[in-house]
Ligand binder design. Structure first.
Ligand code: NAD
Length: 495
């Protein structure tokens, strides 16, 4: 039925029928606000599609339906095996749609098609992993004498509001939703306004799978309008936010009177410490994949700082600059592309301004440092700054682009001081052949994830999250589930 869809025209001249409406109470609804948001392709500024903007009426409906589904205890009373099967079918459907989904995500987000297809695959793996955990949540019994009996159960908060950023919208959606489904929170979720279309695959899949109405509602809109209204809405019992610390801070202020529990996955300024005994080729490869290749450095755990011993610095810098110069910059639909465009022109301006500030502070520009003029795309050349000092703005703030800063250290304590010198604490890395030294280093770095001799050693069964301004709460693995609920203690006196 043509009129139940909005039509999305892809640039390879194929027409794909793709939902561009809000998904509320188990179906896509016709717009009430009558407003739309244009979504631009970051490689050429062409409109990929226009998505419906959710305003007060849509937001009220979404919360009403999530609240009704929670009050009916649909998720809480669902048999664990049934929930597991539902999640496995969602996983299979995500795999079925990965090519189509990956192409659309690539157009609206700019990443390579391969990365975007991989994002759908990863999302499927996440649903599969959590499908296997629905019947493995164990509660605790705590002894306290012969005439009492205490047990503790994990319970949901209620309606969870979830707000997603643009850099990995499909995988962050899957992680947050899958964990919350297990705990039993119903969901109102807002995808990012810069690339929301691919998140509508979830609505289509939930309909096809027959996910009970109201459990997951997807509403679209600008952060400062729809996002703020969602946060201010009195019906959210819990807020899961992935994004910048600035917005997290606003959310805390907005909800201070209601004391709404929050779960924050925020920004980072992640550092790699490279000791003199490190495998330098590995360190160079890790830097390229840690800051340039995935999503042009627009990644929360990007290797945006490198702290290196002078004994190996020349070798590292020579090899890194050589490799960096050869990286192919281009659009996500070109299979050879290694560095894709930044998400928006605003982001391009932001990255350019940080680079100017690095030069003004006195850092040495080793490679890159300017926009790459390729058509109308938001391209920035992979950039390495050398001789950076910890008080420079580029050493402290999250740039969120293909820019890394190199620092020297002379002893191990100094390396730790530099690594811990920012307000952030998301990820970190240590490159050394000495496991004792790696452990000593990992013990002292203030960050939620430490990698050794590589970058991105990850898995859906591994928990991660921030220290300091990078947030709180954990996602991934079994820890993630306990992080999205609250516990209740029941204590009996035995008669
Ligand atoms: P952002 O904070 O600008 O936006 C994130 C989301 O919040 C978007 O959906 C946006 O619409 C919404 N939003 C914006 N203003 C809002 C407001 N006033 N009230 C409510 N919602 C609002 O972040 P971004 O630019 O989309 O993403 C980049 C940031 O996300 C970086 O800091 C990055 O490090 C972080 N991030 C963190 C993780 C993690 O797991 N720690 C993962 C991905 C991205």
């Amino acid at each position: 039925m043509l009129d139940s869809y909005n039509i999305l025209v892809l640039f390879d001249l194929k027409i794909i029928f793709m939902e561009l409406r809000n998904f509320i109470n188990g179906r896509f609804i016709n717009s009430i606000s009558k407003k739309k948001i244009p979504i631009l392709n970051p490689s050429n500024q062409k409109v990929v599609g226009n998505i419906d903007e959710a305003l007060d009426n849509e937001i009220n409906l979404a919360f009403e339906s999530a609240k009704k589904a929670f009050d009916k205890r649909i998720l809480l009373d669902m048999d664990a095996k049934e929930k597991s099967m539902m999640m496995r079918v969602i996983a299979n459907k995500l795999r079925e749609k990965k090519i189509e989904g990956g192409k659309i995500l690539s157009q609206e987000n700019g990443k390579t098609i391969a990365q975007c297809v991989g994002e759908f695959e990863g999302a499927a793996n996440t649903f599969d992993y959590y499908a296997g955990l629905t019947d493995k949540i164990e509660h605790k019994i705590i002894p306290s004498g012969n005439d009492t009996f205490n047990y503790v159960v994990l319970e949901p908060f209620g309606v969870s509001l979830q707000i997603v950023p643009w850099n990995y919208p499909v995988s962050i959606f899957s992680g947050m939703v899958a964990q919350n489904l297990i705990v039993g929170n119903t969901i109102v979720i807002k995808p990012p306004e810069l690339c929301p279309i691919s998140s509508n695959f979830y609505g289509q899949i939930f309909q096809e799978v027959g996910v009970p109405d109201g459990i997951i509602n997807i509403v679209h809109g600008y952060g400062e309008v729809t996002g703020r209204k969602l946060v201010q809405h009195p019906s959210s019992d819990y807020i899961v936010f992935t994004g910048s610390p600035q917005v997290a801070s606003e959310i805390l202020k907005e909800t201070a009177d209601r004391i709404v529990p929050t779960h924050f996955e925020l920004g980072g300024k992640s550092a790699a410490i490279i000791y003199p005994d490190a495998d330098i080729d590995k360190a160079v490869d890790s830097t390229v994949k840690g800051i340039f290749e995935p999503n042009a450095g627009q990644i929360c755990v990007a290797m945006s700082r490198v702290i290196i011993h002078p004994k190996v610095k020349d070798e590292y810098m020579t090899k890194l600059t050589e490799k960096t110069k050869k990286l192919k910059i281009g659009s996500g639909d070109n299979a050879d592309t290694q560095v894709t465009p930044l998400i928006s022109q605003e982001q391009l301006k932001r990255v350019s301004n940080y680079v100017k500030s690095g030069i003004q502070s006195g850092a040495t520009l080793a490679v890159g440092g300017e926009a790459a003029e390729i058509g109308d795309g938001n391209y920035f050349k992979p950039t390495v700054f050398d001789n950076v000092k910890t008080d420079y703005t580029i050493a402290q703030e999250e740039i969120f682009g293909p820019v890394t800063s190199v620092f020297d250290f002379n002893d191990e304590d100094e390396a730790i001081d530099i690594a811990n010198s920012t307000k952030y604490g998301l990820a970190s890395g240590v490159f050394t052949a000495d496991d004792q030294k790696a452990k000593w280093t990992a013990d002292r770095i203030q960050a939620g994830i430490i990698w050794q001799n590589d970058w991105f050693v990850d898995g859906v069964n591994l928990p991660g999250g921030g220290y300091k301004r990078s947030g709180y709460g954990r996602d991934g693995g079994v820890d993630g589930i306990y992080s999205h609920g609250q516990t209740k203690r029941i204590s009996k006196r035995l008669l």
